[in-house]
Ligand binder design. Structure first.
Ligand code: ZN
Length: 545
């Protein structure tokens, strides 16, 4: 090919390219409704994998300000800490939400585990049957600050999990709802909205009636492959058929998100959100992706069907907001990422993936036995994260027991490192970019001295801390310090937003100050760990103060 031919092609190409449409300007008036959506376990990897297939709500958001490498920067990548960062701008070290459950060795009850969204001071509240509360959240949420600025602001949180609704709704939500035993429920003293009865009829019907298997979209066909997990069982080919009366199967299906979004939409309409005298906040927690990830992993046909279904549901939800003529701004992110089950990782080119070995579980018992002290000597809520030396251990033996436990755990080949409390607390919370945080930086951002353990255990990368996938019912999980669990998308959209994509790392603690700037809310007196992201994509204008 000669150069003249190339030149002709270039000319033809230039002629064939239509003039770029001029984007609308950023909104002249601040949005009247902030819609904060958390898709539980929507890791950045999962979002990247499916984004080219989105045509619905996700596709609309991708026309806005896209941060594909957001970080839940801290170590404890669990649901409660993750949701606590999104609307507070605070790492768990500041918010106090260090885990889904931690140990309060001073609490006056037999089971000293406390739930993150519990008020354990209420008589009868227990680790398994707790009294829901936001009292453990030590910082205000965006909604709390909106109400401080103008009590006419309404704050509504609807989620597929209580800790999601409570951590995003904050201390003064007008309505906070999550699934209970007979549909959505709230705090004991809550006044129910009119929409509750109808949505709960739907929820109970969905939980009690059988459902036929879903169609598999063509793009999901390549994922439709059975992965054996032992005892003749497999995952990877599920289509969300339900037996009569299977509430658990409902939760791990796209129908759960449909119900949450339907309820959220009903509340927008009933309360006139976005159409009052002050800006309102709607927080939506969509839990199905998480339950599906735990039940079937992230790389099977089940997750593909969920991603496409959720894309469609979000599209319908936004269309409903459009139809009401509301000026709204959306942020969508996740509380943490996730990791596929090791059996499929191994089958797909990651031979170092593994389940935690059973011998790990015995370590705490061996330490107790060797100490000659009555068990439990060491307490933990699982094989990683915070470990506590029990109060029953005499003061003069605590250091010895601690050192013995640290040595035994460190010697296990699936342990990356064990960090002692003193080492963690000697480290300031870093303000480095999140992709450059050391593991100790991550652990520090999850550590609150009043709630965290005497030492923190970090497992090696690609270790799934589920020894028995069949007995537990969960085949895959999250919660680690590693980036597959830390990285989440952060996407802002409003009508007229100018598209750009910023591949550098940002943090979920940046979301709150960014949303505050979009609605003109002064938070200059609030201590936050994040910073305002300029989402205007303008050379002269900025949303940030
Ligand atoms: Zn979660």
């Amino acid at each position: 090919m000669d150069f003249a031919r190339i030149a002709a092609l270039v000319t033809a190409f230039a002629l064939a390219v239509p003039a770029l449409a001029q984007n609308e300007s950023p909104p002249q008036t601040p949005p009247r409704l902030v819609v904060a959506i958390s898709v539980d376990q929507l890791g950045a990897d999962l979002f990247a994998q499916y984004r080219r297939h989105f045509t619905g709500g996700f596709a609309r958001l991708l026309e806005g300000a896209v941060f594909p490498s957001g970080y839940q920067a801290h170590a404890a990548t669990e649901t409660c800490p993750g949701h606590s960062t999104i609307l507070t701008g605070a790492h768990p070290a500041r918010s106090g939400i260090v885990a889904n459950r931690w140990h309060d060795l001073d609490v006056a009850r037999d089971d000293v585990r406390v739930y993150c969204a519990e008020d354990e001071t209420v008589a009868g509240s227990s680790a398994s049957d707790y009294t829901p509360s936001a009292m453990h959240l030590l910082v205000p949420t965006l909604g709390d600050l909106m109400k401080r600025a103008n009590p006419a602001s309404r704050v509504v949180a609807v989620a597929g999990k209580d800790r999601s609704a409570i951590m995003m709704g904050g201390h003064n939500a007008d309505f906070a709802y999550w699934p209970g035993s007979a549909g959505f429920e709230s705090y004991a003293n809550a006044t129910p909205p009119a929409a509750l009865a109808g949505i709960n009829e739907l929820t109970v019907a969905a939980a009690t009636e059988p459902r036929a298997a879903r169609e598999v979209p063509a793009i999901c066909a390549p994922y439709n492959r059975a992965i054996p997990i032992g005892e003749g069982q497999s995952v990877g080919t599920g289509r969300f058929a339900r037996e009569r009366g299977s509430a658990r199967a409902l939760m791990a299906s796209p129908d759960a998100d449909a119900l949450t979004l339907a309820f959220a939409g009903e509340l927008v309409a009933e309360l006139g959100l976005g159409q009052g005298e002050a800006p309102d906040l709607l927080a939506v927690g969509l839990a199905a992706t998480d339950y599906i990830g735990h039940s079937y992993g992230t790389e099977g046909v089940e997750m593909c069907v969920q991603m496409i279904a959720l894309d469609g549901l979000l599209g319908e939800f936004f269309a409903g907001l459009d139809a009401r003529g509301i000026s709204y701004a959306v942020v969508l992110t996740a509380d943490h990422g996730g990791l596929d089950l090791p059996e499929r990782q191994i089958a797909q080119g990651a031979p170092d993936a593994a389940r935690l070995t059973a011998d790990f579980v015995a370590i705490a018992g061996e330490i107790a036995e060797a100490s000659g002290l009555p068990a439990p000597v060491i307490r933990a809520d699982g094989p990683f994260g915070d470990f506590y030396i029990d109060r029953s251990v005499p003061e003069e033996r605590r250091a010895e027991i601690r050192d013995r436990a640290v040595a035994a755990l460190t010697a296990h080949p699936q342990v990356y490192r064990v960090y002692a409390r003193e080492e963690i607390m000697a480290q300031p919370v870093t303000d480095a970019p999140p992709e450059h945080w050391t593991v100790l930086d991550r652990v520090r951002a999850s550590f609150h001295p009043d709630r965290s353990g005497d030492f923190v255990v970090v497992l090696q990368p690609r270790v799934t801390p589920i020894v028995d996938p069949i007995g537990s019912g969960y085949v895959a999980t999250h919660g680690s310090v590693w980036d597959y669990d830390r990285r989440v998308p952060v996407v802002f959209w409003w009508n007229g937003a100018r598209h750009f994509e910023q591949p550098l790392g940002v943090m979920t603690v940046d979301i709150m100050p960014t949303l505050a700037s979009l609605i003109g809310l002064d938070i200059s007196d609030v201590e936050i760990d994040g910073r305002c992201l300029d989402v205007m994509a303008g050379l002269t204008e900025t949303n940030c103060p």
